[in-house]
Design a protein around this ligand. Structure first.
Ligand code: ADP
Ligand code: ZN
Length: 518
């Protein structure tokens, strides 16, 4: 058997292994199964490429992403590894040629799409080969919890029955606990070791602000902290991408739009400009970023709330790949939550999947509303337990909380009095004693709660409502007109049996990091 370090140096040209790579390679080369959880860019590929070369036979790599397979095969071929890929785009002649090489034992690695692998004829073909290992890349695709569920991935479990002695290595960058459990279950890895790398990105500074006027806030963030650098701004819709790119451009920032509705040529040109120049701000939907490897992105800004902690982590993780300080800046509001919930409810997803998505959305709102360390909250989502990081917005300027028991009682009674059938805006109008046409036509100016909340302004009330939604004391009924609805958790608060601490108006009072530094 060839030595792992020699292969690493002679073939791949790297002086040493990174993180847990050496351990994983040794374990798999010795015939072990494993689950590898490593953030994007962590170096998962070498974890199966090197053992595949060390062990006799051909290494089978299952991947759902054709473009990525082709890139890898090209890169391997370049360094002299005999690699090939089989997918829907492979012609019959080429496929026959690849099969011949595999049988002759001259192929080191074969990349296949899962649906191809699962074809009975292909499995028979595998029976006739000497197999080095199975690497199952993007293994989160087995799980409904993953962001990219693929039913055929669950059937990969048959590899464990049919080829029990061939090492199975599942790899993913999505490491939340339910996904992890699903991978172990479906791929028969319950008894196998889990190699978990830290998902922490120490050079990323997290800052979350409440939304008043997203475009203006974004502009002052960029002008104040990051003039003339590369950045990415994520928006929820195509329309918002275009408006925002225009607005930034009008204000002297080299901003370009990117979304799936633009022509192929425009997208290509904008992406090229972003990669080439060092001061382009890409304003994009989440369609942008997969496979983009630009090291010097100094900030990622979200001007709408991402749909889950994983999306947030992946998207903001595109900043600071070079290891130098970078910022993840997120601007969010209650309307984002309402809009995202509605998208979930109105989608074609199965009921179970809707539940999953709603739970993730709640977790994301929790990260936004937390008064404690952001990094701790984010990593807890991936099953990592760290001490407060000392360099996120909440660690650097801990939010001051106040006893909001009376205010919360007023709000909850008001929601109760309007029959739990009105959205936040209406409830706040009643609290502030604004007798506009909707309030008067509903007779809500006659309620005992009309005008009882004048000690807070509209913005403060919205902040209180958001925090209560984040803590599941209130729910937004997106099916029925976004009405605010009380949950079970309201009872002790309404009865005055429990006190509640909330954050007051956050970012306006707290200022940004650089202002505090100056
Ligand atoms: P992942 O699949 O986890 O996202 P990759 O396997 O694509 O990550 O590796 C990310 C980058 O890190 C690649 O450019 C790869 O060449 C590089 N890399 C991986 N391992 C090492 C190492 N031991 N030393 C130096 N560079 C490495
Ligand atoms: Zn922190």
């Amino acid at each position: 058997m060839q030595d792992a370090n020699t292969l690493l140096q002679n073939i791949f040209g790297y002086p040493s292994f990174r993180g847990q790579q050496a351990e994983i390679v040794a374990h798999v080369a010795a015939g072990g199964h494993a689950l590898v959880l490593m953030p994007t860019g962590g170096g998962k590929s070498l974890c199966y490429q090197i053992p595949a070369l060390m062990r006799p036979g051909v290494g089978i790599v299952v991947s759902p992403l054709i473009a990525l397979m082709q890139d890898q095969v090209a890169a391997l071929t370049e360094v002299g590894v005999a690699a090939a890929c089989l997918n829907s785009a492979t012609g019959a002649d080429e496929a026959r040629d690849i099969a011949r090489q595999a049988r002759a034992g001259t192929l080191d690695m074969l990349y296949v799409a899962p649906e191809r692998l699962l074809m009975p004829r292909f499995l028979d073909f595998l029976d006739s080969l000497n197999l080095a290992l199975f690497a199952i890349d993007e293994a989160h695709c087995v799980s409904h919890w993953g962001h990219d569920f693929r039913p055929e991935y669950q059937q990969l479990g048959l590899l464990a029955q049919r080829f029990p002695s061939v090492p199975r290595l599942a790899l993913t960058a999505t490491a939340d606990l339910p996904t992890r459990a699903d991978i172990q279950h479906y791929l028969g890895l319950q008894e196998s070791p889990v190699f978990l790398s830290s998902f922490d990105r120490p050079n990323l500074f997290y800052q979350v602000v409440e939304k008043h006027n997203a475009k203006k806030q974004l502009l002052s963030f960029i002008q104040g902290e990051f003039p003339g650098v590369s950045g990415i701004v994520y928006c929820l819709s195509r329309k918002r991408v275009e408006e925002t790119a225009e607005w930034l451009a009008e204000n002297g920032i080299h901003a370009l739009p990117y979304h799936a509705g633009l022509s192929h040529e425009v997208r290509e040109a904008n992406q090229r400009a972003f990669l080439r120049d060092d001061a382009v701000v890409m304003v994009a939907t989440v369609a942008f970023g997969m496979g983009i490897d630009k090291p010097d992105v100094r900030f990622v800004a979200h001007i709408d709330m991402p749909k889950s902690p994983e999306s947030f982590y992946q998207e903001s993780g595109r900043a600071g790949r070079d290891g130098l300080p970078a910022v993840s800046w997120l601007c969010y509001g209650l309307n984002d939550v309402v809009q995202l919930s509605r998208m979930i409810q109105e989608s074609e997803m199965a009921e179970q999947q809707k539940q999953v998505e709603s739970t993730k959305l709640d977790a994301m709102l929790g990260i936004c509303e937390t008064a404690s360390c952001r990094r701790q909250q984010i990593l807890a989502h991936f099953g990592e337990d760290i001490a407060p990081c000392g360099h996120c917005d909440n660690c650097l300027s801990p939010p001051i909380t106040f006893d909001a028991s009376t205010a919360v009682q007023k709000l909850l009674s008001c929601i109760y009095r309007v029959g739990q059938r009105y959205p936040a805006g209406h409830v706040v109008d009643v609290l502030l004693g604004r007798s506009n046409q909707w309030v008067t036509s509903a007779g809500h100016d006659q309620l005992s709660t009309f005008g009882i909340g004048r000690e807070l302004n509209q913005r403060a009330w919205r902040s209180v409502i958001r925090q209560l939604v984040a803590r599941k004391i209130l729910q937004v009924d997106v099916v029925r007109g976004q009405s605010l609805v009380l949950t079970e958790l309201c009872r002790p608060l309404l009865k005055g049996q429990e006190a509640i601490q909330l954050r007051p108006l956050a970012d306006k009072d707290r200022g940004s990091r650089t202002q505090a530094d100056r």
